[in-house]
Each structure stands twice: as structure tokens, then as C-alpha cells.
Design a protein around this ligand. Structure first.
Ligand code: ATP
Ligand code: MG
Length: 438
């Protein structure tokens, strides 16, 4: 242990305890969030990995050197502070620290992010911007979303698997593949692990993975990243309705957990936790046809057969309070692997989950083709080469079963849950068409 930190306590411990630390001397280590002066009285807001606490420094009650150090310490300097815990109803967390001793570990240069810094400046300095209170809360909520997903899958007997990131054939279509040199051959970064999960359901039945996904999206929308995180699941013996039920249970569980564990954090982010806590099954289910009618009625120009973009999905979901499924799209709008509807093969048995309040699509899923000949026919119809999908077709040659799956865009879910304008704020170091630094 670092010398000087033997008696260290973290801010949360002080703020959480019913004054059992009151009157005790404690050591804190963290960063100077803010400093204010009132003549002979100085205040520091000290931030550590668990919270922020106010430290007060009286000129008459500390050695001269300590007071001088506090006077010269700059915003975001790292420090070790010793002091006595005092309850104070006016202090933000109910307690503050009367400083006794103070050590500057790393004196920070002038903080380069002014209060009125624009988005570009903030994201150019994202490595520093991430220290902000709001950014910290978003990262905590994000971590809980990942925890909750794993909890739900585990509770429901799904097996986590680890598909490759380097791949040779596309799932979503060639246009958005990131290409790389692989010992003189071409390889790509994965867009989706679906095909690999489809291989694994034949032994494990219900599998999921939580992976980054890479798409060279040229669209500069508030909901597309070029590197994003997807939770994907695939299950043998499930049809569209079965997998839709899985999706609504998973999303609801995540919402319950986040609302329960992050009430205050959500409030600070401007999100009423009850909006999220009240997300429970069942979600409404409408057909693509119905979705197009609704969007038309709201005055947008769209026809049956057109794809819904961000604007259309925003219109469709602006008045909703919980997610909704849009099922059964025309086959031309979706990838080749979706199961055609037996009574009308121009439609496929897929379903997108749309987040409310205008956020739009967070999950794409559905039932897959399990018949070999139908799959080959659909591959050809999409002007792709069956030879490129040999091993995928193999899965239909050896004990094929009806099956379904989905991909949940985790960053998009975090954006909705935290009520954020832009997806870039959901991930520590966002990658977009125009950003790969820092
Ligand atoms: P969109 O039409 O919005 O581009 P998509 O139909 O390409 O989405 P899918 O291929 O179904 O999306 O991927 C599954 C999920 O992954 C989507 O529902 C979404 O939540 C998420 N997703 C897809 N592309 C991105 C992206 N570029 N950035 C962030 N999340 C994404
Ligand atoms: Mg897309």
C-alpha cells in the first residue's frame, strides 16, 4: 500500500455512514474538482472514484504551509487530504471535512476545458472530459447495463460464448465492412456475431455474446457509431414470438435494475427514474404495414416498401412511454437470412424493438431460415455467392432446427435510458466517421 494512504477512506463511505465517522480523522485521496475562497476560509470539492465531498480550510487552524498549498492547488490536481469528519446540514452530502494536512501529488496545469467548451473541444479532450460528473454517472449506468444483461442471461440459463472479431464473410452486407490485411489475404472486422451464434446453438441451444461490432457507417446520425457494443443472442427451437418475448423481458430487466440502482444518478442526468422503472412487459407489437400507416398519419412522406430511417422512427415512437416492436417487414428491406412468412413470402419474420420518446431502434431480430434450399435461394436473390457462405449453409445440412435471435445495440439502450442527445456520450472513447482520436 502507498505510504500515507493507510487510513484512506473513500467519499462514499463517509457520506453513507450514519455519522459513525463523525469526529474521526480520515485520509482522503482524489482530485480537486473545484476550489472557492472566502477570505481566510477556503473550500475544496474533492472528487474520488465514489463521489464528491467538501473540505473546508481555516487559515487559523492549519499550518501555514498547508494553507499555502491549498491556495496554489489547481483544478484537477491530485491530492491527499487528512481531516476530521464533521456533519453539516448545508454541505451537499451532509458531511464535510475540516482539513488538517494536505499533500499535492500531481499539480495540474491549467484545465483546458472551459465551461463553455464546444462539443468538438470536449471530444478532442475526451480523456479529460470523462472526469466530469455527468460523464462519470453515464459510465456507471453503462456498467450496470452490462451487469444486468449478464445477470438476466445467467438467471435464464443462457450460455455466454466468445465469437471471433476477425471474420471473412459479412452478416450485414459488404458496404459497411472494415477491411484489413490478413497475411496478404483480406479479412474484416465483425459487424455481427450472429452466424457464429447460429453455429453454437446446435450444442448449447441458448447462447449470447457481448461484443464490439464494427461498421463503417457513413451516416452522421446521433445513433450510429463505427465501433459499438452489441449483445447478441440466438436460440434453437424458438420462433419470432418466442424471441420477441425474450427481448422484452431482457430490456425490462435492464430497466428495472438501472432504475433501482441508479435513482439519484438518473435524476442528475435529467431522466426521471420512474420512466425507466415502469418499463415492463408486454410491449406493444405492430406490423411494419401499421408502422408505415402511423408515420404517414403524422404527416411524413413514406410508402409501403420504404425503409424507416432515424426520422421516421423518431416520429413513430415520440409519444410512446415504453418500447414497441415493429414486426414482419418486406423481405427486400432485410438481410437474406430472415425466414419468409409461410403465408406470404414477400414478408419476413423479423422484428425490431423501438425505444420510446423518439429514440427509435435498439434491437433487430427475428426468426432465421433453417431450410437449406430456401437459404441458398435467398442468398442468390440478394446477388451474393453461396460459396462465400459454405459453412453457414452447412449448419442447415447437419441437423438444422428452427431458431431465432437478435442483436441489441447497448450504446443505443444507454442513450435512451440516460436520456442523452447523442450516442457518442454513452461510450468512453467514441468512434465515428470523423473521430478516432483520442
Ligand atoms: P440502423 O437501421 O439503425 O442502421 P441496423 O438495422 O443496421 O440499424 P442491426 O443490423 O439490426 O441494425 O443491428 C442490431 C442493433 O445494433 C440495432 O438495433 C442497433 O441497436 C445497433 N446498431 C446497429 N448499427 C449501429 C451503429 N452503427 N451504432 C450503434 N448501434 C448500432
Ligand atoms: Mg445500419
Amino acid at each position: 500500500m502507498l505510504s500515507g494512504l493507510k487510513d484512506r477512506v473513500q467519499v462514499k463511505t463517509i457520506l453513507n455512514t450514519e455519522s459513525h465517522l463523525e469526529g474521526k480523522e480520515v485520509t482522503l485521496a482524489g482530485w480537486v474538482y473545484n476550489r472557492r475562497a472566502h477570505g481566510n476560509l477556503l473550500f475544496i470539492d474533492l472528487r474520488d472514484g465514489t463521489g464528491i465531498i467538501q473540505i473546508s480550510i481555516h487559515k487559523d487552524k492549519v499550518p501555514q504551509k498547508v494553507f499555502k498549498d491549498v491556495e496554489r492547488v489547481t483544478r484537477e490536481s491530485s491530492v491527499i487530504a487528512k481531516g476530521v469528519v464533521r456533519s453539516d446540514r448545508r454541505a451537499p452530502g451532509g458531511y464535510e471535512i475540516d482539513l488538517k494536512d494536505f499533500h499535492i501529488e500531481g499539480l495540474a496545469e491549467e484545465w483546458p476545458l472551459p465551461i463553455d467548451a464546444g462539443v468538438d473541444v470536449l471530444f478532442d479532450k475526451r480523456h479529460l472530459h470523462l472526469r466530469g460528473e455527468k460523464q462519470t454517472l453515464i459510465m456507471r449506468v453503462r456498467a450496470t447495463v452490462f451487469d444486468a444483461m449478464r445477470e438476466w442471461f445467467k438467471q435464464n440459463s443462457w450460455t455466454e460464448v466468445h465469437p471471433p472479431i476477425i471474420i471473412s464473410a459479412s452478416v450485414e452486407g459488404g458496404a459497411t465492412l472494415f477491411k484489413m490485411d490478413y497475411f496478404g489475404e483480406v479479412a474484416y472486422l465483425t459487424q455481427s456475431s450472429q452466424f457464429y451464434l447460429e453455429a453454437m446453438i446446435q450444442s448449447l441451444e441458448k447462447v449470447y455474446c457481448i461484443n464490439p461490432s464494427f461498421r463503417s457507417e457513413k451516416s452522421k446520425t446521433p445513433r450510429h457509431l463505427t465501433e459499438f457494443w452489441m449483445a447478441e443472442a440466438e436460440a434453437a427451437w424458438m420462433d419470432l414470438e418466442d424471441i420477441t418475448r425474450v427481448e422484452e423481458q431482457l430490456v425490462s430487466y435492464i430497466c428495472q435494475v438501472v432504475a433501482e440502482r441508479h435513482r439519484k444518478d438518473l435524476e442528475t442526468l435529467g431522466r426521471n427514474p420512474d420512466d425507466i422503472g415502469s418499463v415492463k412487459p408486454p410491449f406493444d407489437r405492430i406490423s411494419y404495414r401499421e408502422a408505415i400507416e402511423r408515420i404517414k398519419k403524422k404527416g411524413m412522406k413514406i410508402d409501403y416498401g420504404d425503409d424507416m430511417g432515424a426520422d421516421e422512427e423518431s416520429k413513430l415512437t415520440e409519444d410512446l412511454h415504453k418500447p414497441m416492436f415493429v414486426l414482419e417487414y418486406p423481405k427486400d428491406l432485410k438481410a437474406f437470412y430472415h425466414l419468409p412468412k409461410p403465408s406470404d413470402p414477400s414478408i419476413v419474420m423479423c422484428g425490431d424493438c423501438e425505444a420510446p420518446e423518439g429514440y427509435g431502434e435498439i434491437i433487430g431480430g427475428g426468426q432465421r431460415i433453417h431450410d437449406k434450399d430456401t437459404l441458398i435461394k435467398r442468398i442468390k436473390e440478394d446477388k451474393l455467392k453461396p460459396a462465400d457462405y459454405e459453412w453457414y449453409i452447412d449448419l442447415r445440412r447437419y441437423g438444422t432446427v428452427p431458431h431465432s435471435g437478435f442483436g441489441l445495440g447497448v450504446d443505443r439502450l444507454v442513450r435512451w435510458v440516460c436520456k442523452l442527445d447523442h450516442i457518442r456520450a454513452t461510450i468512453p472513447f467514441p468512434r465515428t466517421m470523423t473521430r478516432r482520436v483520442p
